[in-house]
Write a protein that binds this ligand. Structure first.
Ligand code: CP
Ligand code: NVA
Length: 333
């Protein structure tokens, strides 16, 4: 049963529970597409606590709460005492006494853990420096919609192998029985702690894990996934990362190396391919580069499912909120 539980990191849920939430999200997407009401959280209040910026996660939690009949309240970094004048524990007690559920996006994983420990309501991790669990539900939902299933598929994550997305994709793939390759230069390969968690989970599912710096490892991939080379909070690292990661850019040559014309391209977004963004414009001015982690041709190409993936944030976040907070009958898994 999901009721009353928090989603702080992927290992909080079993393979069957994650699979259930993904299927529930696919069901909720159909309800939305057919205008069938699903106000399972009528009368509930949801706190949306954001230390970092967001488009998809904020929009998804807001629209999901409204569709479920709940009221979302955005609490940004300049709106409340948290982060300046009040501890995480006191914030948790106060928000938990008024709201029915709390979404947190921020820097430290320990903050989202404290929010859950010190409040009596479900807490959902909308991204920390360590994990991005709600993104995982949308991603494996998108793979299931596009490729029919995720079990036994080969996902190659290319780029910064030490960030939240790499951690989450590695561990979630292992839990779900997806074969996962992390393709990154040695200095940016996953922490041994994260590798150990994934290796343990993979024992039960047969997920094959490869960590490598060799770009030939993309051969046979069903999914190529990348993320920004500089995550939120690391903005001083552009020069260093561009030098290290240029050989790992997802471009048409890398996609061709998969030898799989049906290999899909995924990215959690936002991406830095767009010359209209100020950061990319500055980088272009300095280096002449027109793209970092992915080229325009791949991003806009026929194999790209990035906007389907973005939309699925709505349906999958709705599934998590409804399952953990709703008064639904959900079969035991
Ligand atoms: N993918 C994702 O979490 O996007 P936002 O940062 O816009 O929420
Ligand atoms: N690794 C990125 C993910 C954004 C959704 C970041 O943390 O900025």
């Amino acid at each position: 049963m999901f009721q009353g539980r928090s989603l702080l990191k992927e290992i909080d849920f079993t393979q069957a529970e994650l699979a259930y939430l993904i299927d529930f999200a696919i069901h909720l997407k159909k309800l939305k597409q057919n205008n069938i009401p699903h106000a399972y959280l009528a009368g509930k209040n949801i706190a949306l606590l954001f230390e970092k910026t967001s488009t998809r996660t904020r929009a998804a939690f807001t629209v999901a709460a409204n569709d479920l009949g709940a009221h979302p309240e955005f609490l940004g970094p300049n709106d409340i005492q948290f982060g300046k004048k009040e501890s995480t524990a006191d914030t948790a007690k106060v928000l938990g006494s008024m709201f029915d559920g709390i979404q947190f996006r921020g820097f430290k994983q320990s903050d989202v853990e404290i929010l859950a420990a010190e409040s009596d309501v479900p807490v959902w991790n909308g991204l920390t420096d360590t994990w991005h669990p709600t993104q995982m539900l949308a991603d494996f939902m998108t793979i299931k919609e596009t490729l029919g299933d995720y079990v036994g598929k080969h996902l190659v994550y290319v780029g910064d192998g030490r960030n939240n997305m790499a951690n989450s994709l590695l561990v979630t793939s292992a839990i779900l029985g997806v074969h996962i390759t992390i393709l990154a230069p040695e200095a940016l390969q996953p922490d041994t702690d994260i590798q150990h968690i994934a290796a343990e989970k993979a024992k039960a599912t047969g997920s094959e894990i490869i960590i490598t710096a060799d770009t030939n490892a993309v051969k046979g991939a069903d999914i190529i996934y990348t993320d920004v080379w500089v995550s939120m909070g690391e903005e001083d690292k552009y020069d260093e990362r561009i030098n290290m990661l240029m050989p790992y850019q997802v471009n048409s040559d890398l996609l061709a190396k998969t030898d799989n014309p049906n290999c899909i391209f995924m990215h959690c977004l936002p991406a830095f391919h767009d010359l209209d963004t100020k950061t990319m414009a500055d980088i272009h001015h300095k280096t002449g580069l027109t793209a970092l982690e992915v080229t325009e041709a791949v991003f806009q190409g026929k194999n790209s499912v990035v906007f389907q993936e973005a939309e699925n944030r709505l349906h999958s976040i709705k599934a998590v909120m409804a399952a953990t907070l709703g008064n639904l009958f959900i079969p035991t898994v």
